[in-house]
Design a protein around this ligand. Structure first.
Ligand code: ZN
Ligand code: ZN
Length: 264
């Protein structure tokens, strides 16, 4: 491994397998390959693994390295599971969730912690979990920057929280649309997923931030309205333009409804 290379990873990306993802796996991968310089990405759909597994299979065709993951809705808030290939059920306690991820050889990252919403892990919940045997070996990182928060100042709170918790610092986009990928990035010595994992364990990661474009909210809302109607960016034309198509089976908004099957 060349330690002089600083790798870039975006470890929080949604596809149309998420109830609120607006582009298929293929469209996401094509965009990332053409428009970003990320070394590693993770696909982390809400309580779904199929999109991540599809991305893992397709990654070599796009020259990308993909970590399969899930954004798990624990009873205490959202947590990212990385390096997993089997679904972990939602609504378990944070401790039980972390143990289930560890059983698969995976690791966990606290997603957008500290917000006032029920899907954000509180500092107390993370601290309490870390006191349980084995949890600290798996719950390695915390998003000190999430580019999709309605109010980006929430990230300051997460960064302050991590000064006390001393987990690895992680920057992610939480992209629900292709152009959002890379707005938040985790930097690490090396250029492969294995190096990233080591860097998380050794607390060697840093974050990099891209400014959010002015059309962010309008574009995001438009995407979510279309998604609510079952329309996602499904295929790309030879010129690279994504076209909208209705999912063959729509996963209803919000989650915990029948599982989506993407048109391939
Ligand atoms: Zn979340
Ligand atoms: Zn997310």
């Amino acid at each position: 491994m060349s330690t002089s290379h600083i790798g870039k990873a975006d470890l929080h990306i949604h596809t149309s397998y998420s109830y609120d993802g607006t582009a298929t796996v293929k469209v996401m991968l094509q965009y990332i390959a053409q428009h970003t310089d990320l070394d590693v990405i993770a696909i982390t759909d809400h309580d779904e693994i199929d999109g991540a597994l599809e991305a893992l299979e397709l990654a070599p065709y796009y020259g990308l390295e993909v970590i399969p993951g899930i954004e798990i809705s624990t009873a205490e808030g959202h947590v990212l599971a990385l390096f997993v290939r089997k679904l972990v059920p939602p609504n378990l306690s944070l401790v039980e969730t972390v143990h289930r991820v560890a059983e698969q050889g995976g690791i966990c990252i606290a997603a957008h912690p500290g917000g006032r919403w029920s899907w954000c892990l509180s500092e107390t919940a993370i601290q309490r979990a870390l006191r349980h045997p084995g949890v600290a070996q798996t719950l390695l990182g915390l998003e000190t920057y999430n580019a999709s928060l309605p109010d980006l100042r929430m990230n300051d709170q997460a960064a302050a929280m991590n000064k006390r918790l001393a987990l690895a610092t992680v920057g992610n986009s939480d992209a629900h649309m292709p152009w959002m990928v890379g707005l938040g990035v985790t930097c690490f010595p090396g250029n492969h997923a294995i190096h990233l994992r080591t860097a998380l364990q050794q607390r060697l990661t840093t974050t990099a931030i891209m400014p959010r474009p002015h059309y962010y909210m309008a574009s995001y809302l438009k995407g979510q309205i279309l998604r609510y109607c079952g329309l996602v960016h499904c295929t790309t034309t030879p010129g690279g333009r994504a076209v909208l198509r209705r999912l063959s089976v729509t996963k209803n908004w919000p989650r915990n409804q029948p599982v989506a099957q993407n048109s391939r």
